[in-house]
Design a protein around this ligand. Structure first.
Ligand code: SAH
Ligand code: SF4
Length: 394
């Protein structure tokens, strides 16, 4: 498969650059078709709907597959646009059926996504929103990778499309989907890239495309308090909060963003999350760290903290990674913790570790991408402009 850049570098349009349509919003597809002179504005809505269905419902990667589009128009489309997928650098399948893809969307931009069967309604895809992360939660592997950059909406959508290619799940089935849920729990902090996350959600939830219900899309955050309201209002996403500690002293260490937005502020913002109800509960994620946050007293403290919030609590056995400074709590300790929460009336499933053998479990993702300094990039650009251009233009 051809390598492709889904990034939209700030470069002036060049004569031969082909725009990739597969990750664009409906409005952007329409604007692109008009700009290319491929439909008069009064026909644009209809033509966009026709092309959109091929892209997002049938998942085609070649214009020739658009059988109800006139041959001459298909040729014109191919002059201006491409439908190529990004390069899948590596694909691994775990003993438990989880699949992990390493996807290269642009030179030096490598993203990991993981499909986990039997999670959610049928199976969940865990997508990344950034390459690396600016935050440094001490138990998280991604936190050891400095932020390279935010992903574009197209790069987020591409993860869903690659997964569907692999599951052979085109056209979008009405029922019996293998990919039924999407969770923003891969690399990065989605609320530090909310515009792209929201745009990607618009694309994958469009009823004439992939048509994932917004109630099956969950955004997990470490607690970027000022963005919670906007997340709820613009996306109606299901909310997951990486809590991990019940008092500021410990949370300051485990989830350092807590120093900026302490528990009191976080809890107030969660209580005000738009659409919160018993049918749309918040998920609190709580990683079980041996001797750190796993006592019965902390289980009780946790319930006191979230009192009155429609919630469930996901207990996540800590997944180790090379050099990680913690151990996972014993199974009996986790079960006792879960038992206390259950007795208090909370659903508190213990998340079975999945894909550990391929480093695909929660918090184990980390790609080798490194931030290239702007000066180096400029030098490389001018040295090999032709080659970079040709790859980003595909
Ligand atoms: N940045 C977001 C989403 C990505 S992390 C967030 O922090 O919520 C997805 C989930 O995996 C979070 O709940 C995170 O706390 C958890 N996690 C990170 N490292 C982990 C590890 N080593 N073991 C288990 N869970 C981990
Ligand atoms: Fe970033 Fe989330 Fe990992 Fe914290 S847990 S370092 S916010 S990806």
């Amino acid at each position: 498969m051809t390598a492709l850049s889904l990034a939209q570098p700030n470069q002036p349009a060049r004569a031969k650059a082909l725009v990739n349509l597969t990750g664009l919003s409906r409005a952007k597809v329409q604007a692109a078709l008009i700009e290319a002179g491929l439909c008069p504005p009064d026909k644009a809505r209809m033509r966009t709907a026709q092309v959109w269905r091929w892209l997002q419902h049938f998942g085609v990667t070649e214009f020739d597959a658009m059988t109800d589009v006139a041959k001459s128009l298909r040729a014109d489309l191919a002059q201006h646009f491409t439908l190529a997928r990004p390069e899948v650098v590596e694909r691994q399948i775990s003993r438990d059926g989880s699949r992990k893809w390493l996807i290269r969307t642009a030179p030096g931009i490598e993203i990991e996504s993981v499909y986990i069967p039997d999670v959610g309604r049928a199976g969940a895809l865990c997508v990344s929103s950034q390459v690396g992360c600016t935050l440094n939660c001490t138990f998280c592997h991604t936190g050891t990778q400095p932020l390279v950059r935010n992903l574009t909406a197209a790069e987020i959508v591409a993860q869903v499309q690659v997964c569907r290619d692999d599951l052979e799940e085109w056209p979008s089935p009405q029922a019996d989907r293998r990919l039924s849920n999407v969770v923003f729990m891969g690399m990065g902090e989605p609320l530090y890239n909310l515009d792209a996350v929201a745009e990607a959600m618009d694309i994958i939830s469009d009823g004439e495309g992939i048509a994932l219900s917004r109630r099956r899309i969950t955004v997990s955050t470490s607690g970027v308090v000022p963005e919670l309201q906007r997340l709820g209002e613009t996306t109606q996403a299901m909310l997951a909060i990486s809590l991990h500690a019940t008092h500021d002293e410990l949370r300051d260490v485990l989830v350092p963003i807590n120093r900026k937005y302490p528990l009191k502020d976080l809890m107030a913002a969660i209580r005000a999350y738009p659409g919160l109800s018993n049918a749309r509960r918040v998920t609190f994620e709580y990683v079980m760290l041996k001797g750190i946050n796993d006592t019965p007293a902390e289980a009780r403290e946790l319930m006191r903290l979230i009192k009155g919030i429609p919630a469930k609590i996901n207990l996540i056995p800590f997944n180790p990674w090379p050099g990680s400074p913690y151990e996972c709590s014993d199974w009996a300790t986790i079960e006792r913790f879960a038992g206390i929460l259950n007795k208090g009336g909370y659903a508190s499933p213990i998340r079975t570790p999945r894909g550990r053998d391929i480093l695909a479990a929660c918090g184990q993702l980390r790609s080798e991408s490194e931030k290239v300094r702007a000066s180096t990039l400029r030098r490389e650009n001018s040295q090999s402009e032709a080659s970079i251009l040709s790859s980003s233009a595909l």
